[in-house]
Design a protein around this ligand. Structure first.
Ligand SMILES: Cc1ncc(COP(=O)(O)O)c(C=O)c1O
Length: 393
């Protein structure tokens, strides 16, 4: 059987590789402490599960979602959430589109707006989907290097003129996975001017918009005047409400881009389970204390890990947002080398920063979603094992 060249040229999805390493370590009898994939280890809040139960019992939810854009009550819930959270008003007909998770929307957007030979601008380090989806669409990716010294914001002025000329889409992600960095209104205002000047669509991945700490509540790009002319924001319920397996998210913003994405999606998917959309309404419109609780839990885990490792002599900056710790590797290690040492010597699974791009070299990522139970105790144990078994200086 033939496999398409576009797939043969695609490296394995980094988390598939991680899953392989993890399975091998477990098969070897290692008591693995898993800081690999960012998949919440806590259950979906009960009121959302209950809403799904009730919705799923209604046979009217068992058929195709023929709306194309998503249930009207789902889009209305997004509109209300956006108004309360960002003070941004959205037209539920033209400016909201239901997705089968953020990943699906991010990937299909490339197919919806790019032609072969176009250039895509994407953050390095960044979520691998931006590049791979652009490649599937026949576009070339130009990476925007993000560095700690610049707050992990791209230098728009440093993009070569011939690249900007061919660029049609820029992916960005704030709060930024994997570094936990944030962007503010000044950056977003410049970005809108830049996009206008160069006829670019900006796609801001906001999958982590609600995972922030110490009062650093992320701003949105659509809050900037005129942003809807050039931008879409992609949201997910996965991390905010511990709903990764449910596959539900949404895109908001520029009507022409959403229209193109809807047209593409209508040809390749048939919507999301209606009962899940109704449960998502319960998530977005219901009590939000579960989100506050989630932030407190990740903040505690972040502090346990970073303060613990600091005592062991490994200094790591505290992220303002996301469920990730972006740790500079101690001298003498590469990203992959340290990740391997952590796994082999301490049974601690992390992700090499290089999996997120060339600028991720020199870092490893720890996810604060610790798999396998007793997360806080496991973080303590990981710190103890690293201190005892891994050379850090
Ligand atoms: C930066 C980023 N965007 C999007 C997603 C995907 O979210 P979803 O589960 O809604 O597809 C992830 C998942 O880890 C992510 O890290």
């Amino acid at each position: 059987m033939q496999v398409a060249e576009r797939l043969l040229n695609t490296p394995p999805y980094p988390f598939a590789e991680l899953a392989r390493l993890k399975a091998a370590a477990i098969a070897d009898g290692v008591d693995l402490i898993d800081f690999g994939i960012g998949d919440p280890d806590r259950p979906t809040p009960p009121h959302i599960v209950q809403a799904l139960r009730e919705a799923a019992a209604d046979p009217a939810t068992h058929q195709y979602d023929e709306t194309g854009k998503g249930l009207p009550e789902f889009r209305q819930a997004v509109v209300a959430w956006y108004r309360d959270r960002f003070g941004v008003s959205l037209d539920p007909e033209a400016e909201v589109l239901r997705l089968i998770g953020a990943k699906e929307g991010l990937a299909h957007l490339a197919w919806a707006v790019l032609n072969p030979g176009d250039v895509v601008l994407a953050p390095d380090p960044g979520y691998p989907v931006y590049k791979v989806a652009s490649m599937f669409a026949g576009a070339e990716t130009h990476f925007l290097p993000l560095h700690a010294e610049a707050g992990y914001l791209p230098d728009l002025g440093a993009i070569p003129a011939d690249v900007v000329k061919r660029a049609r889409l820029m992916y960005l992600c704030y709060p930024h996975m994997p570094t936990g960095a944030l962007a503010g209104a000044d950056f977003y205002r410049n970005l809108v001017d830049f996009a206008r000047a160069h006829d670019l669509l900006i796609c801001l991945d906001m999958a982590y918009s609600e995972l922030y700490f110490d009062g650093h509540r992320p701003e949105g790009l659509l809050q900037v005047e005129g942003a809807k002319e050039v931008a879409v924001e992609i949201h997910s319920l996965s991390k905010t409400y511990n709903m990764t397996g449910w596959r539900i998210g949404y895109a908001v913003g520029n009507p022409a881009a959403l229209n193109a994405l809807e047209k593409l999606k209508s040809n390749v998917d048939s919507g999301a389970f209606l009962a899940i959309q109704q449960a998502a309404v319960a998530a977005l419109s219901g009590p939000q204390d579960c989100v506050e609780e989630m932030r407190a839990i990740y903040r505690k885990r972040r502090d346990l890990l970073i303060d613990g490792l600091a005592q062991a002599g490994w200094r790591i900056p505290k992220p303002k947002a996301t469920c990730y710790v972006w740790a500079p590797v101690p001298e003498g290690y590469t990203s992959a080398g340290l990740a391997e040492t952590l796994l082999q010597e301490a049974g601690v699974l992390s992700t090499p920063g290089s999996a997120y791009g060339a600028c991720g070299e020199g870092y490893v990522r720890f996810s604060l979603t610790v798999q396998g139970g007793r997360p806080e105790a496991r973080i303590g144990e990981a710190v103890a094992r690293i201190q005892e078994k891994v050379r850090l200086k």
